[in-house]
Design a protein around this ligand. Structure first.
Ligand SMILES: [Zn+2]
Length: 139
């Protein structure tokens, strides 16, 4: 579930709490060639709903990437963890996320957290030899 129903939280007086869910992120979030998500994004966070209906979430995202090592092209995987820290307001205000209709859609905030956590390359390991060319080089 990628939404938070603020009206429901208010009705149930659940002003703080935690949520956890999985999200199948679009592969377009990955800019590393030949790499894709091997798992859904695990999202866990604590939330706090304030009197003015603004809501803050703080937590973590984690996922696994799989594909080809950016240096040697061998199969490689990587577990990635990132942070999510977002503030939603029921009106438009500067840099914060805004929402309307009493329901917060988390998709954009999670996608941005995923992009912020994304490594620039995928590596098969610390002992990656890179591509070994059979031809001799001048240097
Ligand atoms: Zn490698």
């Amino acid at each position: 579930m990628m939404i938070i129903d603020v009206r429901k939280l208010n009705a149930q007086k659940k002003y703080t709490g935690s949520m956890e869910f999985e999200y199948s992120a679009p592969q377009e979030l990955i800019e590393i060639p030949f790499v894709k998500f091997a798992s859904p994004i695990k999202v866990r966070f604590d939330y706090e709903l304030y009197e003015d209906d603004s809501l803050e979430i703080r937590g973590t995202i984690s996922y696994r990437l799989e594909g080809q090592c950016s240096r040697c092209l061998k199969d490689a995987t990587k577990e990635v963890e990132g942070e999510i820290d977002a503030y939603f307001q029921p009106f438009k205000n500067g840099e914060d996320y805004s929402y309307s209709g009493g329901v917060i859609d988390l998709t954009q905030a999670i996608n941005e957290a995923v992009m912020a956590s994304m490594p620039f390359t995928l590596s098969c390991g610390d002992d990656c030899q890179g591509i070994s060319f059979s031809s001799e080089t001048d240097n």
